[in-house]
Design a protein around this ligand. Structure first.
Ligand code: S3P
Length: 442
């Protein structure tokens, strides 16, 4: 589906942020792992998170949607069912990397996971390595890609240093750790989103933080009845960027999750000179609580939420350093777009992970924005944008990547000639109703 986005005069009004994709995946998974019934309020009904509900049905969870809420009667921690067919994860990398953490502990059972063309190009060796160390067997295509088979076993706890800062891999190991004998510790090279830790803490699991280490101990059951999903900062970021860029705009985004491990983009915006006002969770200082990121002690179960009030204004080019990358990973394409309108150069470093997202997002962003008139160069692990050029406009092909489709839409609102996005339907993966939300503000 091709959709045109024309230059906007100014954006005014409010939108409610769609439910958080990362938290929805995790909530459904925890529901399926629990032995009781879990009600999930404000679940994201989008393609990725629907793939999760279907996958969980395949492994024995009973899943219903009631008045928009998701109600799951779980299979129980050690009682996932072996499906007759391969599990289809669709386009959902988070599902592909988290679900095996649970399945790896299903003794004597085998599970095949597969997905769409983009998923078949995304590496799973990063979860296969730790799960093998814990005792499971994983057979992947060409040693590292889906489709892959997980053979469950009695797991042993491990201490695992993540080679890359990845919340997906951390979460996979922690979920497996719930079912492994002893205490499993994951060491992160840099903090990444900690929704899994917070949700497990809310389900009565003893999750502990000590600086870069996070630990869980084997558990017999999860104690969780209800999970409320906050709005998704990564989706809200597209509306926020539009509000910052379209001159004369004033936009409020309601109910956004502002866990500090997700708000790196807001800190980047602030450094660029944008004004976004909200009650955002402060960065923890090392060694202080509530434990999250680099704090020390029992992990907090709270997911803070705030409205964000956005005003358009002039921007400065900045350098995004490698340690900021995991906390803004899905928003970095927007940093490239903002850089086109900032004074001076904008540089993103240490973001090689972007090459293994739903598309090679370094190549996609650089080619896509260049096609609209940007002066942007790819580097091995990021990009360099020459500022103050604005955008001419033209055609941007999303190549099936939801965040590229939304990037093209926002680019259209600020380009001189507008942008036609090829494959706008990709936005359904994470933000159904995105184009309508933008339209209502225009
Ligand atoms: C996610 C973590 C990030 C992010 C992805 C969702 C999650 O991936 O890019 O969209 O829900 O844990 P990595 O953990 O692999 O960096």
């Amino acid at each position: 589906m091709n959709v045109r986005f024309d230059r906007a005069e100014r954006l005014r009004g409010e939108v409610v942020a769609p439910p958080d994709k990362s938290i929805s995946h995790r909530a459904a998974l925890l529901g399926a792992m629990s032995a009781g019934t879990v009600r999930i309020a404000n679940y994201l009904h989008a393609e990725d998170t629907t793939s999760t509900l279907n996958a969980l049905r395949q492994v024995g969870a009973h899943v219903e949607v009631r008045d928009g809420d998701v109600v799951i009667r779980g299979a129980g921690l050690r009682a996932a069912a072996e499906p007759g067919e391969p599990i289809d994860v669709g386009n959902a990398g988070t599902l592909m990397r988290l679900l095996p953490g649970w399945l790896a502990a299903q003794e004597g059972k085998a599970f095949t996971l597969d997905g769409d063309a983009s998923i078949r190009g995304r590496p799973v060796d990063r979860i296969a390595d730790p799960l093998r160390l814990m005792g499971a067997s994983i057979e992947a295509t060409d040693g590292r890609y889906p489709p892959f088979v997980v053979r469950g076993a009695r797991l042993r706890a491990i201490d695992y240093a993540l080679p890359v800062a990845s919340a997906q891999v951390k979460s996979c190991v922690l979920l497996a750790g719930l079912l492994a004998e002893g205490t499993t510790t994951v060491t992160e090279p840099a903090p990444s989103r900690d929704h899994t830790e917070r949700m497990l803490a809310g389900a009565g699991v003893a999750v502990r933080r000590a600086g870069c280490d996070v630990s869980v101990t084997s558990t017999d059951e999860l104690d969780v009845d209800e999970i409320a999903v906050p709005g998704d900062l990564s989706s809200a970021a597209f509306v926020i960027a539009a509000g910052v860029l379209v001159p004369g705009s004033r936009v409020v985004v309601r109910d956004v999750g502002v866990n500090w491990t997700r708000t790196g983009f807001l800190r980047i915006l602030q450094r660029m000179g944008a004004i976004v006002i909200g009650d955002v969770e402060p960065l923890p200082e090392a060694g202080t609580g509530p434990a999250s990121g680099r704090g020390t002690g029992a992990v907090t179960a709270v997911e803070p939420v705030s409205d964000l009030d956005v005003t358009a204004g002039p921007l400065q080019g900045i350098v995004v350093e490698p340690d900021e990358v995991p906390l803004a990973i899905d928003e970095l394409p927007l940093v490239a777009l903002l850089g086109c309108f900032a004074e001076g150069e904008t540089v993103v470093r240490g973001a090689g992970e972007l090459r293994v997202k739903e598309s090679d997002r370094i190549a996609a962003v650089v080619d896509g924005l260049r096609g609209l008139g940007a002066q942007i160069e790819a580097t091995q692990e990021g990009f360099v944008v020459t500022g103050d050029t604005g955008l001419r406009g033209g055609v941007l092909d999303a190549h099936g990547d939801h965040r590229m489709a939304m990037l093209g839409a926002v680019a259209g609102l600020v380009s001189r000639e507008g942008v036609e996005v090829v494959g706008m339907e990709a936005a359904e993966v994470s933000y159904p109703g995105f184009a309508e939300d933008l339209g209502r503000l225009g």
